[in-house]
Design a protein around this ligand. Structure first.
Ligand code: ATR
Length: 473
């Protein structure tokens, strides 16, 4: 019989699984068992990486036998049916107290279901968000585990050993029970969509407004990366814009087809926010902007529709670029504020005790939205754990105060020039909506009462009211 020597196992050895297994094996104290449905992948991994000292198994039974108790196996297989199949196989062999970890991009409601089923069998199930792509998996991702506190006792140190490190701290925290980790990973991806769309709009406005070439805009982004916008996404944007196409000699960005795809986590974020009643409008616009881009037939049909009569020119290039930078920062604050609103609402609905400041902290390294800026979010929630809206925290209030005139200028310019800026403008509309002393929602209530007797409440007394409108017969 196989000796139980491994403290952690990985099932599923495609790129993410292989890289996480190698990352685990490279850390002091870990012995890593590996298993893949098809032996060839396992063979490749162990042949190419003898230094990892993997304990490889050809069958799931041997794999389970090679794990020390309580056993812990990280599943990195195709989300959905693949995950369920592996969970079934492991559940049949695992014993009470053992831990099944799903590190794939599962929908958090699936994770809630799987955790419940595992718990009923006496097993631990830990749905874990892992961000940072292939590179992060190998060298240090941001890790967002859910599941029980008991399971985290064993897993915490293992996760900490492989996570990215930001300012001396590993980018991992126990997010909350059952599906909390996958929920927060989903919101992370939604915020990522908004961040990317905002950056893309900033680029488009500068390019169309000033006529600057992509390489020149790359310099602008590289400069921005030294200030409050410092982030991985700004950094890679500069790199992308600087890239020349080897075949044509053109800026690469000009030969890439302008139709953005997605894998679904952005859509999930918006779907869930709709269910929770949380206006994540910046994220939604980012998802819709990708959808719009990917409709070639509609775009071709609409391409002859008229735009503004007057050509648009920017008077002062440097001022405009600075205005766009400020508009980007203000819009980004709105996107994060909305994302954290969704986290707060999800935590309330699903009974998770999520420490918002800790979430911002573990996003500082490894993941796609990593940025200095996240420290300001942690500070805001440390100063006031019950903060109702991130954008009202003193630091963000001041940042928006300094940016809002520019923000309005840029959105107005974009509208006049006919340059689509859905995320910039919807973020501004959200800002003006949320801060408004009175909203026309009063009129909507009147309309609803008129046609459907939906009733309304009054500003001057308690109770529920219905008016006998002249339309009533
Ligand atoms: P990638 O796109 O990087 O290849 P993926 O499709 O998310 O990754 O996951 C592929 C992994 O899931 C593979 O390890 C695959 O096993 P095989 O190498 O045998 O194909 C694994 N996988 C998919 N469905 C599975 C199932 N039903 N049972 C076990 N493993 C499965």
């Amino acid at each position: 019989p196989t000796a139980a020597t491994a403290n952690i196992g990985v099932v599923g050895l495609a790129v993410m699984g292989s890289n996480l297994a190698r990352n685990l094996a490279s850390r002091e104290g870990n012995t890593v068992a590996v298993y893949n449905r098809t032996w060839a992948k396992t063979e490749t991994l162990i042949t190419e990486h003898p230094e990892a000292g993997f304990v490889a198994s050809k069958t799931i039974e041997e794999f389970v036998a090679s794990l020390e108790k309580p056993r812990a196996a990280l599943i990195m297989v195709q989300a959905g049916a693949g995950t369920d199949a592996v969970i079934d196989e492991l559940s049949a062999l695992f014993e009470e107290g053992d831990i099944i970890i799903d590190g794939g991009n599962a929908l958090f409601t699936d994770t809630i279901r799987r955790e419940k089923a595992a718990r009923e069998k006496g097993l631990n199930f830990v749905g874990t968000g892992i961000s940072g792509g292939e590179e992060g998996a190998l060298n240090g991702p941001s890790i967002m585990p859910g599941g029980s506190a008991e399971a985290y006792e064993k897993l915490g140190p293992i996760f900490a050993s492989i996570a990215a490190v930001a300012e001396g701290e590993p980018c991992v925290t126990h997010v909350g029970t059952d599906g909390a980790g996958h929920f927060v990973k989903m919101i992370h991806n939604g915020i990522e969509y908004a961040d990317m769309q905002l950056i893309a709009e900033a680029y488009d406005l500068i390019r169309q407004g000033t006529g600057a070439a992509p390489a020149e805009i790359a310099d602008i982004f590289a400069e921005w990366n030294k200030g409050e916008l410092e982030s991985y996404l700004i950094e890679i944007t500069a790199e992308v814009l600087r890239q020349t196409d080897a075949e044509t000699g053109k800026p690469l960005v000009d030969v890439i087809l302008d139709q953005a795809g997605s894998k679904g986590t952005g859509v999930w974020t918006v779907q869930n926010a709709l269910d929770l009643g949380i206006p994540v409008s910046g994220i939604a616009e980012a998802v819709f902007a990708r959808a719009l881009s990917s409709k070639p037939a509609q775009r071709a049909a609409a391409s002859s529709l008229p735009g503004p009569a007057e050509p648009w020119t920017v008077d002062d290039k440097a001022t405009f670029v600075e205005d766009v930078r400020r508009a980007l920062y203000a819009s980004k604050i709105v996107a994060y504020s909305q994302g954290f609103d969704a986290i707060i609402a999800g935590a309330e609905k699903y009974g998770w005790d999520i420490k918002k400041g800790e979430i911002a902290k573990i996003w500082r390294g490894g993941c796609i939205i990593r940025a200095q800026f996240l420290n300001r979010i942690t500070d805001a929630y440390n100063d006031d754990p019950e903060l109702v809206a991130l954008l009202t925290a003193p630091y963000f209030r001041a940042a928006i105060e300094g940016a809002q005139e520019s923000w309005r200028q840029v959105v107005a310019h974009a509208a006049k020039a006919g340059i689509p800026s859905p995320a910039f403008s919807s973020s501004l509309a959200y800002y003006d909506g949320i801060r408004a002393p009175r909203l026309p929602a009063a009129l909507v209530q009147g309309q609803r009462d008129f046609f459907g007797a939906h009733t309304y409440q009054r500003v001057d007394k308690e109770g529920t009211f219905h008016t006998l409108w002249s339309g009533d017969r």
